[in-house]
Design a protein around this ligand. Structure first.
Ligand code: SF4
Length: 632
């Protein structure tokens, strides 16, 4: 490490969302600055995409294509090669349009004569308007010119991303870059092999960008925050480049992926890239590490940190109290290029639009989850189990500081489940200060969200909420310890919808002991909830058993047996299981997703839910007017 005070650079590795910065570096940078530590941040996920999706990037991709064998010239590659000059002429205007820097171009893009169209546009031809009108008008509903244009420009970028994946780097996808190399990979071998392979165009671009930010900031410590398995490969490539250039720079790995999957890390090769790996909230481990590196704290004083010693990997945790949530400082976006993020419009699902569209300031209402009981959730981990609220006045102070810094008043509260009491206090404080914002976030559909509270939240700027209905079945909701019933979810979601707040439901299938009958019944409840206007958006997730969840810790209670895990030295999270119910959930999932897609467009709401399934399934046992009756 270089002499002098530590200078910390936090980086977001590829790939994360491109419409707004992932919040981890903003939190760490805000916290470190509040403690007087010189700290800066960079978003290498955005930088990589902007470098590849530029004239220079496309020319380099074309060079790679020329060397391809005929077998690898897939349909996206052929289409790109054929229309290359048009791609080259349109890439920078299209990116500027998605960045919101050139809205007038939307008229040309929406006319569909400006951008070349590859295979990603094909599904547009498949839309059929049930009323016989303009099929795209049906697909887009009331979307205006700008939204249509953003959807087309997003498909255009997706076509180019497919070319990158087929011709340059099979790991490349906008959100899941190299995911299979990390998720629950008990062994480091596949990742080590990928990192030892010669650098391809994507690797080289990331390497150049890494060296540029290191040259710009001259950090003595680089923190790489890895939220998802799809960020791990990029994170290791970044660290590899840094260590090649200057081994004295201290590299630290942390973030959501590490907190869930690397708790049993025993792989010494990880430390060829990172000097330290920290678990759970980064604030205390970092302060201790900074003291240690400054020679003020012995190694035994480190907090929740792995490092390599002559004896192998050791975990050091000196313990001690956490930094209260109220003292973690206000996140800062200073240094991130806020006018360069891309407002993509990928799916026509209303809630997914909020996720991928527009810039949202990210903030947490409380630390952890106040409920912490759901049996499929990682309730044994700190980010769920340590619930800590903060005064509404502190929150609104943070909101005002962030607005002053970013000039933007949209907030995404990134809590796992924001508590109703805290949201009420927040709404009252916002109103007291006459502070106009828009906000959305996750909640539980619990009965405290009565109509009066929903109206108050709408008045305070709430535009959307999402919550778990999971498997809509009172038997399974009880087994999940979800603490809600289907009838209660109907009443709560209706109160939100009545207040003008969009409601998105997280839906699940494949939970232990779930039968085909349960699945048909759950879909019937979902159909009725859409028909009654209670929910406007939803997504079916396949249940996955994790080792940190109550199901993974006590499988017998849920009627399943876990498959043995291999010896773990690297990642461990998802675990396979055997459910004696023996249902083919993969086949059922196709029907569930097809039905949901149609429900979101107001279609098929009168159809018998059995019609969505390919094979024979039983008739639903749910009374036809169950939800209407629950709403009274
Ligand atoms: S699933 Fe949501 S509500 Fe349930 S324990 Fe986890 S975070 Fe809390």
């Amino acid at each position: 490490m270089t002499a002098g005070p530590a200078r910390v650079l936090s980086v977001i590795p590829p790939m994360t969302q491109l419409n707004t910065p992932y919040p981890s570096t903003a939190y760490l940078t805000g916290f470190l600055r509040s403690r007087g530590v010189p700290a800066v941040q960079e978003d290498l996920a955005l930088a990589l995409v902007l470098r590849l999706f530029s004239r220079r990037g496309l020319l380099a991709i074309r060079d790679d294509i020329q060397a391809l064998s005929v077998a690898r010239r897939t349909s996206p590659v052929q289409s790109f090669d054929r229309d290359f000059e048009r791609y080259l002429a349109t890439i920078e205007p299209a990116v500027a349009f998605l960045q919101g820097r050139d809205p007038s171009l939307g008229y040309r893009i929406a006319g569909r004569k400006f951008l070349p169209e590859g295979p990603r546009f094909a599904p547009l031809e498949a839309y059929i308007d049930p009323a016989g009108g303009d099929p795209l008008a049906w697909a887009f509903g009331a979307l205006g010119v700008q939204d249509r244009a953003r959807h087309f420009a997003t498909l255009y970028l997706n076509d180019i991303a497919d070319v990158l994946r087929d011709a340059v780097d099979s790991r490349f996808e906008f959100v899941r870059y190299g995911e299979s190399l990390a998720q629950s990979q008990a062994s480091f071998d596949p990742l080590a092999k990928a990192l030892a392979a010669p650098a391809n165009l994507v690797d080289r671009a990331l390497g150049e960008l890494t060296l540029e930010v290191v040259a710009r900031h001259a950090p003595s410590i680089v923190l790489v925050s890895v939220p998802f398995p799809g960020n791990v490969y990029g994170a290791f490539r970044i660290a590899q480049e840094i260590k090649r250039r200057d081994p004295s720079i201290v590299t630290v790995l942390g973030g959501g992926f590490v907190n869930t999957e690397l708790r049993e890390l025993a792989e010494p090769r990880v430390f060829d890239y990172f000097d330290y790996v920290t678990l759970d909230d980064g604030e205390r481990p970092l302060l201790a590490l900074l003291d240690h590196l400054a020679g003020k704290l012995p190694q035994e004083g480190l907090v929740r940190s792995f490092r390599r010693t002559a004896d192998g990997v050791c975990y050091i945790d000196a313990g001690g109290p956490e930094i209260p949530f109220a003292n973690t400082g206000t996140p800062t976006w200073d240094g991130l290029p806020l006018d360069r993020y891309l407002s993509l419009l990928d799916m026509l699902n209303p809630m997914h639009r909020l996720w991928s569209d527009a810039r949202w300031n990210k903030l947490t209402v409380a630390h952890g989850c106040y409920w912490k009981k759901c049996s499929f959730c990682d309730v044994s981990l700190d980010y769920i189990s340590r619930y800590e609220a903060v005064a509404a006045a502190t929150l609104v102070d943070r909101i005002e500081t962030i607005i002053a810094e970013t000039g933007q008043t949209g907030f995404h509260f990134v809590d796992e489940a924001a508590p109703p009491k805290a949201l009420k206090a927040l709404a009252e404080e916002l109103q007291r200060r006459q502070r106009a914002i828009s906000w959305w976030g996750n909640i539980r559909f619990e009965k405290s969200f009565a109509p009066a509270l929903c109206r108050l939240l709408a008045d305070s700027g709430c535009i959307a909420v999402s919550g778990g209905l999971e498997v809509a079945s009172d038997r399974l909701l009880k087994l999940m310890q979800k603490g809600v019933s289907v009838a209660q979810v109907a009443r709560v979601t209706h109160a939100f919808a009545d207040a003008g707040i969009m409601v998105h439901a997280y839906l699940m299938y494949g939970f232990p002991t779930q039968t085909v009958q349960d699945t048909v019944d759950a879909l019937e409840y979902v159909r009725q909830l859409f028909a009654a206007g209670c929910i406007q958006s939803g997504f079916f997730h396949r249940f996955a058993c994790t080792v940190h969840s109550p199901v993974g810790r006590d499988p017998g209670h849920y009627g399943i047996t876990l498959q043995p895990l291999p010896k773990v030295s690297f990642a461990r999270n998802d675990v396979g299981f055997v459910d004696p119910a023996g249902v083919d959930h993969d086949a059922l999932g196709i029907a569930l997703n097809k039905a949901l897609y149609n429900f979101m467009h107001g279609l098929g709401l009168d159809t018998d839910v059995r019609d969505w399934f390919a094979g024979r399934v039983p008739r639903t046992r749910v009374p036809r007017h169950f939800i209407a009756r629950a709403l009274g």
